[in-house]
Design a protein around this ligand. Structure first.
Ligand code: UDP
Length: 336
């Protein structure tokens, strides 16, 4: 894409975005934000982990168009890309539990889906942002993780790492399209993202533990609970994505997106007990029992967010307490 077109995108008042995984957790929030700013959104989702209830309130919007299809359909992707300025490629197999249970689906969806999206972007000169993950830092111990750090993954017989490896192939492929064909590609390395509409069904710790606390069930902390994460509110994450989607200087680069507020999972469980007023017990479950024998977790995962910060002036604004309250209120409403 010419620099001229890149500048035009950053100034355009109304663009057409193709959001793959548009009925998913992050995709539905992003679609909502883009519509509210006057853009047109074409969403595609096969509803494997995405849900119609996430986008039910958008279906009547004149600028929102939903297609139920696999991301691996060349024909559908071609049609949607032909109408789009920018592709936000979120569709992927996600959730540690799901990945462990369905490794073939994980690898095929993540690698083939991205290839299909990139080919379609290239045919129509679309700018494309590809969702990757902090999992690619693997067992790295140099905290915080910076985009150009070395990565250290576990062996191929532990299929947890197939997610990181498949996303690394996506990153390599995207950057190769940028390098060889001049396609404007941006890589988004999401750290733990959380907020309303995320389901605990596939392992994500916050909705799962809040659900347990609100139902009076035992709160399950895996391992010894000393492992830590940084949780970023989805409302902050989508602001970063939107900014990067039109910034000409983001092209060809990788960006960490996440919060720097670190908490151990044991402390998180305590916080959740308090914020839900729950009398549930907290129990420690060995990883072998929770996932699979030989499961390897990451002990710490903290992003260096200076790259996205200096480009966009972005930093998270919603702290963990506020996010937990948002998720609690939504799950409370669902439980009724
Ligand atoms: N976890 C937990 N209890 C659960 C689900 C997850 O203690 O019911 C832990 C998990 O082992 C990990 C952390 O919470 O250490 C975050 O897990 P999640 O699946 O949300 O994201 P990850 O960071 O592993 O991608």
């Amino acid at each position: 894409m010419s620099p001229h077109r890149e500048t035009r995108l950053s100034q355009a008042e109304s663009l057409t975005y193709l959001v793959t995984g548009g009925a998913g957790f992050i995709g539905s929030h992003l679609s909502e934000l883009l519509l509210s700013e006057g853009h047109r959104v074409l969403a595609i989702d096969n509803l494997s982990t995405g849900r119609m209830s996430n986008i039910a309130h958008l279906l009547d919007h004149p600028n929102f168009h939903f297609t139920r299809s696999s991301i691996m359909s060349d024909v559908v992707l071609d049609r949607l890309a032909s109408e789009s300025d920018i592709i936000i490629h979120f569709a992927a197999a996600v959730g540690v539990e799901r990945i462990i249970d369905n490794p073939v689906e994980t690898i095929e969806t993540n690698v083939t889906g991205t290839e299909v999206a990139l080919k379609a972007a290239l045919r129509y000169g679309c700018r494309i942002l590809i969702a990757s993950t902090s999992e690619v830092y693997g067992k790295g111990t140099r905290i915080p993780f910076s985009e150009d750090d070395d990565v250290l993954l576990g062996p191929t017989n532990k299929n947890r790492w197939s997610y990181a490896a498949s996303k690394m192939v996506d990153e390599f492929l995207g950057l190769a399209y940028a390098h060889e064909f001049g396609l404007p590609v941006v890589i988004l390395r999401f750290f733990n993202t959380v907020g309303p509409r995320q389901t605990g069904q596939y392992g994500m710790v916050i909705p799962r533990l809040i659900g347990q606390a609100l139902r009076g069930k035992t709160i399950t902390v895996y391992g010894d609970g000393t492992q830590s994460r940084c949780f970023c509110d989805v409302a902050d994450v989508i602001r970063a994505v939107k900014g990067l989607s039109v910034h000409p200087d983001a092209t060809g680069k990788v960006f960490n997106i996440g919060s720097e507020e670190e908490i151990s999972i044991s402390d998180l469980a305590e916080k959740i007990r308090k914020t839900t007023d729950s009398s549930s017990d907290v129990t420690l479950i060995p990883y072998d029992e929770a996932y699979a024998p030989g499961f390897e977790d990451m002990q710490r995962r903290v992003p260096n967010i200076s790259r996205v910060g200096s480009l966009l002036g972005w930093k998270p604004e919603i702290n963990l307490d506020a996010t937990l309250a948002r998720v609690r209120d939504q799950i409370r409403q669902e439980i009724g």
